[in-house]
Write a protein that binds this ligand. Sequence first.
Ligand SMILES: [Zn+2]
Length: 77
Amino acid sequence: MACHQMKDKRELIRVVKSPEGGVFIDPTGKKNGRGAYLCKDPACFARVRSSKLLNREFKTEIPAEIYEQLEEQYGGE
Ligand SMILES: [Zn+2]
């Protein structure tokens, strides 16, 4: 999403906005809703987070927990 590189979906993290309006991480890639893909490059995620690209993409406020959960996906330890 941040770098616009085409990558295999297995190398991407899918974030979904459900029809009800909730935003969550979709590890299975199968949930209904509007999806955005983030690549697994931590530098990309840093850019997405700092520029709040997900907020813009989904036109909604993304809860801080979502960014925290995403950070874990990038191996935050
Ligand atoms: Zn990227």
